[in-house]
Write a protein that binds this ligand. Structure first.
Ligand SMILES: *[C@@H]1O[C@H](CO)[C@@H](O)[C@H](O)[C@H]1NC(C)=O
Ligand SMILES: *[C@@H]1O[C@H](CO)[C@@H](O)[C@H](O)[C@H]1NC(C)=O
Ligand SMILES: [Zn+2]
Length: 202
């Protein structure tokens, strides 16, 4: 009797630990996205995940502010840069929610040479000196795991910070503090391979 109870508790515990929590992705119409000007399909699963910070807009802590941040990024990318859409595949807010940008299977505009083979995730805020709140980091990691589980991201994907996709010094994105943090995450690699060239970062 007790052993059965123990078994049930243990099984429950294991299910909790092993399960990838499904990330509730805020759809585009919920945050008031404008339609894309054009859509380019991207083949899945992709080999790279590229992490960004927004720098501007600053960190958002409420869903209302995060939705506003999404609209302002889309405005800037579409209206000021004439890009097809908000550049990122997804963004994650300080409200602990993931926001749909271009999604899993559309070419992005966030890291030239990697746009057609990566998922670009923007962690909204300026993370040069500060670390994003724990829940914002957790949702970002859950989103990546979900992408792997659902076949959008290769199992042996390479995780990069935006600056690793460019010449040294060309951008400080995703911010020094966040860049330090993602170096502790699974699949981060100390090299980027634009044009097959290897360069190390530290
Ligand atoms: C969000 O919370 C952070 C940390 O508490 C704070 O520094 C920041 O000013 C807040 N941002 C807004 C827009 O309220
Ligand atoms: C984007 O374009 C608008 C409208 O032309 C302009 O007012 C705004 O200053 C631009 N934003 C940036 C950051 O350049
Ligand atoms: Zn970036």
């Amino acid at each position: 009797m007790y052993s059965l109870l123990l078994f049930v508790i243990l099984a429950d515990f294991l299910r909790e630990v092993c399960a990838i929590s499904d990330v509730d992705i805020v759809p585009r119409d919920a945050w008031g996205a404008r339609p894309p000007y054009m859509i380019e399909a991207m083949a899945n699963p992709v080999p790279y995940v590229v992490i960004h910070h927004s720098y501007i807009p600053p960190a958002c802590n409420t869903t209302e502010d995060c939705m506003q941040a999404m609209r302002s990024m889309q405005d800037y990318h579409q209206l000021n840069h004439s890009w097809n859409d908000i550049g990122y595949s997804f963004a994650v807010g300080g409200d602990g929610r993931a926001y749909m940008g271009r999604g899993w299977d559309r070419v992005g505009a966030h890291a030239p040479k990697f746009n057609d083979k990566s998922i670009g995730i923007c962690i909204i805020g300026d993370w040069s000196a500060d670390l994003p709140p724990e829940r914002q980091l957790k949702v970002t990691q859950d989103l990546i795991e979900m992408g792997v589980r659902d076949g959008a991201i290769q199992k042996d994907y390479i995780l990069l910070g935006h600056k690793q996709t460019k010449k040294k010094g060309a951008t400080e994105c995703p911010g020094d503090r966040l860049f330090e943090e993602i170096q502790t995450w699974p699949n981060w690699q100390n090299e980027a391979l634009p044009d097959g060239k290897k360069e190390t970062f530290d």
